[in-house]
Ligand binder design. Structure first.
Ligand code: BJW
Ligand code: ZN
Length: 298
């Protein structure tokens, strides 16, 4: 099928945006790529010969909690050492200007909150690298920024000179086993280990949060759904664009690969191919204005 006329026209999108009252965003790892964080399924999705997605399972943690913790301790270290990019700032500014904007993010890197996104307009579908929970009981600790998380994970917090490879990342270097006993135990029960507060494959997302998202979608017609930097392969996140689609809704894909989508677009839809950190400030400019310094908004 031919793509809709104007599917990649910024002025045509601006016309739709000017009258939009309810906007939903569904974000993925591509949003944080410009900050320097690797995506899951693209280049960099491999960590020491392991697919990043193979380490994101409760079975992998049961099998080798030390290895899974090293992966997450390294991700915490990287996330703490990068900054939110103009894409995160543009979404935070949109939230300030449009009360009917809700941002759903699959990203666990803490960059939306650090960009000042109002918490009531943000739902972190897959949790946060900076929450710690028990793998056996309901214990949870918010906002833990310890780096390294514990002494046994010190290798994940090493800094190297530019051009050098961190020994931890070099598959030709032997990785010391981290015994289970060196992972901090749960302070509340005598059975569990502390683990990252993220949602792994096969685990349920927070039920209250899912109910809130469903209620928000049901409250009225959603004018625009922004699908930003996600491969839309993981559910339930991948289902929200269609769930929120009404008669006049525009689903707007913002992705390096957006041109691959154009044959699937419906008549009101848009697709913008490129870096979300560059596109979002331009696409949202009629509402949020132009950035002041460092991609931030006044
Ligand atoms: C750029 C860019 C730039 C690059 N600018 N763009 C229905 C059908 C089939 C299966 C299921 C279903 N419902 C549920 C399932 C099972 C499963 C699932 O979805 N499987 C699929 C793989 C088929 N879902 C689950 O298990 C979920 N749980 C669940 O449903 O529970 C139900 C239940 C109920 C009751 C009891 C028990 C269970 C949980 C899913 C959790 C996913 N977790 C992870 C790890 C989180 C922790 C961590 O970060 O390590 O979440 S997996 C990983 O994938 C991570 C991500 O958030 C997620 C999505 O990845 P994302 O963000 O899309 O990244 P990429 O790399 O895939 O894509 C990046 C994109 O950016 C690309 O398109 C690039 O082109 C683009 N890009 N640079 C713009 N600069
Ligand atoms: Zn516990």
């Amino acid at each position: 099928m031919a793509p809709p006329k104007n599917y990649n026209s910024i002025p045509a999108f601006h016309a739709k945006l000017q009258s939009a009252r309810r906007i939903l965003a569904v974000c993925g790892a591509g949003l944080s790529a410009a900050s320097g964080l690797p995506t899951f399924r693209g280049p960099g999705g491999l960590w020491r010969n392991h697919q990043a997605t193979d380490l994101a399972t409760p079975e992998a943690f049961e099998d080798d909690p030390g290895l899974v913790w090293l992966f997450y301790a390294y991700r915490r270290h990287m996330a703490l050492n990068v900054k939110p990019n103009p894409g995160h700032h543009a979404l935070a500014a949109l939230a300030e200007k449009v009360p009917g904007f809700l941002c759903l993010s699959q990203n666990v890197d803490g960059l939306h909150p650090r960009a000042g996104h109002p918490p009531e307009q943000l739902r972190l579908l897959h949790g946060s690298l900076f929450d710690i929970k028990c793998n056996a009981c309901g214990w949870i600790q918010k906002d833990n920024y310890d780096d390294p998380f514990c002494p046994a994970l010190a290798a994940a917090a090493e800094d190297v000179n530019p051009g050098e490879t961190l020994p931890l990342l070099d598959p030709s270097k032997e990785l010391a086993d981290i015994p289970r006993q060196e992972i901090p135990p749960c302070p509340q029960c005598d059975r569990g280990l502390q683990r990252p507060g993220v949602v792994w494959f096969g685990e349920p997302l927070d039920e209250d949060m899912l109910n809130e998202v469903d209620s928000w979608i049901d409250e009225g017609e959603v004018d625009i759904v922004l699908v930003i930097g996600t491969s839309s392969q993981v559910y339930p996140a991948a289902g929200y664009a269609e769930q929120a689609r009404g008669r006049e809704t525009s689903v707007v894909t913002i992705n390096l690969d957006a041109e691959d989508e154009v044959r699937r677009l419906r008549s009101n839809d848009f697709a913008f191919a490129g870096d979300a950190a560059v596109l979002l400030p331009k696409l949202l400019e009629p509402i949020i204005g132009t950035p002041v310094t460092d991609g931030t908004y006044a």
